[in-house]
Design a protein around this ligand. Structure first.
Ligand code: HEC
Length: 168
C-alpha cells in the first residue's frame, strides 16, 4: 500500500469514528443539563436499596461533592457539587441466593448544585437519563418540578436524602 493510500484510509477511519461519536452523543435533559461525561468514574458516597420497586442504587459524586461528603460539609452542599444516583434492578446472585446484586440498568439521575442558577428549584438542577440507551427523561424544561416535590420532605438537609455512608 502506498503512503498516500494509507493516509487516505486513516482519514476515512477518522471521519467514520468522528461521526460515530457525534451520532452517539447523549442528548441533554429537556432543561439543558448535560449528562456528566465521566460519571462512571465518580466515587461512592452511599448506597441504597428500595424494596417497593426492588432496585439498588449507588449514590456517587463529582470531586466537589465527594470532598464535601468526606468533610461533612453537606448542609448546604457547596456550589459545584453534583450528586449522581445510578439505579439497577435488584436480582439474586446466581451463585449465592442470599446475595442481592445489580441486574439490568434502570436509570441514572443527577442533582447539580448552583444556588443562583437553580434558585427556582431549591438551588439544585435535576436531570435523569433512562435505560441502556440513556434517553433523557421528561417532556419539557419543567422536568425538575416533579423531582423537587418529592425531595421537599428533606428540605432541612438541603433537599438531599442521602447521608454519606460511614467510612472509618
Ligand atoms: C417519588 C419520590 C421521588 C421523586 C419523584 C424523585 N426522587 Fe430523587 N430520591 C428520592 C429518594 C427517596 C431518594 C433517596 C433514596 C434513594 O436513593 O433512592 C432520592 C435520591 C436522589 C438522588 C441522590 C441524592 C439524594 O437526595 O439522596 C438524586 C441525585 C436524585 N434523587 C435525583 C432525582 C431526580 C433528577 C428526580 C427527577 C427526575 C428525582 N430524584 C425524583 C425520591 C424521589
Amino acid at each position: 500500500m502506498s503512503h498516500a493510500r494509507i493516509a487516505r484510509v486513516g482519514f476515512v477511519l477518522a471521519l467514520m469514528s468522528g461521526s460515530a461519536i457525534a451520532g452517539g452523543k447523549i442528548a441533554p435533559a429537556p432543561n439543558g443539563i448535560e449528562l456528566p461525561a465521566d460519571y462512571k468514574d465518580w466515587k461512592v458516597i452511599s448506597v441504597a436499596h428500595r424494596t417497593d420497586n426492588n432496585t439498588m442504587r449507588a449514590i456517587v459524586g463529582n470531586e466537589a461533592a465527594v470532598t464535601a461528603a468526606r468533610q461533612g460539609h453537606t448542609n448546604p452542599w457547596p456550589n459545584g457539587a453534583v450528586l449522581g444516583k445510578i439505579v439497577w434492578k435488584a436480582v439474586i446472585d446466581k451463585h449465592w441466593d442470599k446475595a442481592t446484586v445489580p441486574g439490568e440498568f434502570v436509570h441514572v439521575e443527577f442533582m447539580v448544585k448552583d444556588a443562583a442558577k437553580f434558585a427556582a428549584t431549591g438551588g439544585w438542577g435535576y436531570a435523569r437519563w433512562k435505560g441502556a440507551e440513556l434517553k433523557p427523561y421528561g417532556n419539557d424544561a419543567n422536568v425538575a418540578q416533579e423531582c423537587v416535590a418529592c425531595h421537599t420532605p428533606v428540605k432541612s438537609q438541603d433537599y438531599v436524602f442521602t447521608r454519606p455512608a460511614p467510612l472509618p
